[in-house]
Design a protein around this ligand. Structure first.
Ligand code: BES
Ligand code: MN
Ligand code: ZN
Length: 465
């Protein structure tokens, strides 16, 4: 898709012109408000659309009026949602060339571009008949540099969405490693099983040992010449989560190809990091593997030793993400970075608590958690803080090892977070649980079913600020 800034829509001869209408107001286009839109027909309610045919009275054959709700409640984030809605609506109507002339009163270039990409997105790689898409989008009253910024973020999101929508037969640990090695402007080291053993990552190795597809530990590094700080972002990379010997019921397993959505987020960010050019050193880390039941699988009751020497009794092989993250957190801690942020489809409990609406966040530093949360909110992702009271650790006690890998059913998102904390040393750390938001069962706001690219916008905004 092409996205461009223009002076006036008369320059481009579009198939359709999109104009904005706030509730109880008129659009800025006389033609529309005087002659065509009667507020009885269309009242401008937020995120609704109204398609008009201009019946030869106007150069452009169609006008889409975009309901924007109450003017005083409008925001950049709402601009993104309504623009996505417009593009999605027009793509379905087979419109290819779309000009937006919107009366938002602020530069909506960045948010508009992200919205256009989200609205145009679908995953149809494996379909013989491709879905309809808009091909050209033009915006008036926006700055070209904002479009460029939006495009980078949108492309990183699409990269992550594609990867998490891919079936597990494609997105294997090996595939993630190949992708990481192919990225521009990052130095990548991939460790194979023997090297992972040498690094003493006993928790991670155990999770991967049941699969025919061997684990790959991926470390990407972006170096900035005058780095102000050093950050590691770790993505949970379970390429398929069957539950292992504690196997999941069929319905719960159905979407477990997306258990690498955290990894997809990290790869999406690293795919554009060179162009983002932040003054921060960024390490992207993924302990990729599959959680499978087999004759070689790890078993309930096994006692594992993580990279930092701590021992873990396996209470449930389906609590595998935290085992892989444990070793990745040790590895990141040893890099001596200032901040570590992990992002993971970690617990059903977080999904039960917050639904698909917002992600959970916790950490060992209030300021970091607040800053990540604010960066997310500013760019349209919602995070809500999970409690970290010591009592949530009670369930993690083991009689035979330093801890167990589960802390009981209740409070599961917090106990999982406190489990992870045991493997962080000498760094500020935040943990983001995207189990509920990474993959949608039904459309929500500007997103269709499937992968949402959770964390990409938020972490790019955080890194670049
Ligand atoms: N990958 C799942 C978490 C998940 C659930 C992600 C639903 C997306 C949607 C994770 O590995 C898992 O299985 N967690 C268990 C932990 C339990 C055994 C303590 C869970 O949440 O049920
Ligand atoms: Mn699991
Ligand atoms: Zn999992």
């Amino acid at each position: 898709m092409l996205v461009k800034s223009i002076e006036s829509f008369t320059q481009v001869n579009p198939d359709v012109l999109v104009v904005s209408l706030f509730e109880n107001s008129y659009t800025h286009i006389d033609f529309v408000n005087k002659h065509v839109v009667d507020t009885k027909d269309f009242d401008g309610k937020y995120n609704t659309t109204y398609l008009l045919s201009t019946l030869g009275q106007f150069d452009i054959a169609k006008i889409l009026v975009l309901g924007c709700g109450k003017k005083e409640e409008f925001s950049e984030n709402k601009a993104r949602v309504v623009i996505a809605k417009a593009v999605k609506t027009l793509a379905a109507l087979k419109m290819k060339k779309v000009a937006f002339d919107l009366d938002f009163g602020f530069d909506y270039g960045k948010f508009g571009t992200i919205g256009a990409y989200i609205g145009n997105y679908s995953f149809d790689k494996y379909k013989n008949k491709k879905n309809e898409r808009v091909e050209e989008v033009y915006f008036t009253k926006v700055c070209p540099c904002q479009i460029e910024e939006g495009e980078l973020i949108a492309k990183a999101m699409n990269f992550a969405r594609d990867l998490a929508n891919e079936p597990a037969q494609y997105a294997t640990p090996q595939k993630l490693a190949e992708i990481a090695l192919s990225l521009d402007g990052v130095e990548t080291k991939v460790y194979d099983v023997e090297e992972i053993k040498a690094m003493k990552m006993g928790a991670y190795l155990a999770v991967g040992q049941g699969s025919a597809n061997p684990p790959k530990f991926i470390h990407m590094k972006y170096s900035a010449p005058n780095a102000k700080k050093r950050i590691a972002i770790i993505g949970k990379g379970i390429c398929f989560d069957s539950g292992g010997l504690d196997i999941k019921p069929a319905a719960s397993m159905l979407t477990m190809k997306d258990d690498m959505a955290g990894a997809a987020c990290v790869l999406g960010i690293m795919s554009v990091i060179k162009k983002l050019n932040p003054e921060v050193e960024v390490h992207g880390i993924i302990a990729a593997c599959e959680n499978m039941p087999s004759g070689t699988a790890y078993k309930p009751g096994d006692i594992l030793t993580a990279k930092n020497g701590k021992t873990i009794e396996v209470d449930n092989t389906d609590a595998e993400g935290r085992l892989t993250l444990a070793d990745a957190l040790c590895y990141a801690s040893e890099l001596g970075v200032d901040e570590i942020i992990d992002i993971a489809t970690l617990t059903g409990a977080c999904s039960v608590a917050f639904g698909a609406v917002c992600a959970g966040i916790l950490g060992n530093c209030d300021e970091l958690v607040r800053n990540v949360k604010d960066a997310a909110f500013e760019i349209g992702e919602k995070y809500w803080e999970l409690p970290t009271y010591e009592e949530y650790k009670n369930g993690l006690k083991s009689e035979v090892a330093d801890m167990r890998n589960t802390g009981g059913r209740s409070g599961g998102a917090s106990s999982a977070g406190l489990f992870l904390k045991e493997f962080v040393s000498n760094a500020k750390w935040a943990h983001i649980d995207i189990a509920g938001v990474a993959f949608l069962d039904a459309p929500l706001n500007e997103f269709i079913k499937g992968s949402t690219g959770s964390g990409v916008r938020a972490l790019i905004n955080y890194i670049c600020k």
